[in-house]
Ligand binder design. Sequence first.
Ligand code: CUA
Length: 493
Amino acid sequence: MQILRSSSALKRFALLLTLLAPAILAACAPGGDQSTFDSAGPIAKDQENIFIFIFWLAVVVFVVVEAALIYSIFRFRQTRPDAEMPTQTHGNFKLEIAWTIAPVFVLVAIAVPTVTLIFDHEKGPVDGRVPENPLEINAVAHQWWFEFEYPGQDVITANELHIPIDRAVRVSLDSDDVIHSFWVPKLAGKVDMIPGDDNVMFIQADRVGTFIGQCAEFCGEAHANMRFRVVSHEPDDYEDWLDSMRRAPAPIVDNPLAEAGRTLFAQNCSTCHSTRTYEPLRAQGEREVQLGRQTLFRKAVKRDEEGIKTREGDLVTLISAPNLTHLAARQTFAAGIIELTEENLKKWIRDPDDIKQGNRMKDLAPIYNDPALWLSDEEVDQLAAYLMTLKPGPEEAVETAGTVEVDPIAQGREVFLNNGCSACHSTGADRVVGPGLSGLADKSSTDMIRESITDPGAVVTDGFPDGVMPGNFGSVISDNDLNALIQYLETLK
Ligand code: CUA
């Protein structure tokens, strides 16, 4: 009876395994977007080769052990009910020595190439040689998106890393919050991104393409949707991309929808999202800006007696958020999980949780949490139309920019709208996050206005908390913009 039951259980298990087999084996398909069996560069190729070597070694071990097992089962099986026990080999000295030494050889055979490769890859992609001219990238992980900085190039982007082919890329890995992990299966194995710890890895692509990456360390609610792309180019195309990232978008002309969206963005989105790091000063200050927002967020999150996170007032509207400079030139958004189209942007703005559960924007942004600020369908359309204009403008735009006569007050108003000032300060008397700014010139001298912009901690208006206004405006806007901003502020009645 017992035998019958267990044999039917065995059959059920076998059936289940057969049904699951296609799903399990599909994970190994070389054509898969994240398959490690179709490596696209020397690092991943070395790692693939090690895997294949270990796989065949395991096959040999499997065949030898199974052959011995099957031989023993048939050779020594009980043929008659009254058969005698075969000779017992328990404690056989030669056998004990043999199956102790054999695994040692197997493990040494695995360890020597593996450990050598690990140390080699710390230096560079090939044979432990340090590459002559690696491309340097700083990758910073955030809950739940990736920030990529090109040091010395004044270029910053999010969730889409562009690299040239056939050149080693040295990626310095860091995190602004918890432990994440950087993994592009077709380019290299994964390495952890640890706050305050300088992990480094190399990647290199040997063909043009788009390679999917993802966070490979559980890091919170949206971990599974923390993805990114690596786009590899021919070297010349890569340089073109890099240049384009330093160009301003084309001015918005005859597009009232996008024009209205720009104002909405300045009022509601620009405190957390940068859009202008194509300007060198802003690119240089962006890391500090993101870190500042993250620090404010951390300060604002408190825990109650049960360890549940609670928040404090207005501070919480600030959080490090993906850089949106030239967003419309990207393939995807929302940390690489959805194709970038105007329709998808509208869906995202309407309800980001519908696309990426757990994202901080839905949780924190006043437009989702304050009924007075909820966006109408028309406003959603306006914002999406504006975001679609965020892409590198024509090259000529850069050349003419310096020669056009600009009215300083109009310029100052642009600075006010584009730097997050308008998200916290009204130009009237109402208090938003910070004080209303009307009549500023009557209350303060030009020097005092300048100081409260460049060193906000020095003068804090009574009744407002210290440490809310980011302290880096002085370093991320040019002197020219700062002077224009002050002139504009002095016009507010
Ligand atoms: Cu970041 Cu998982």
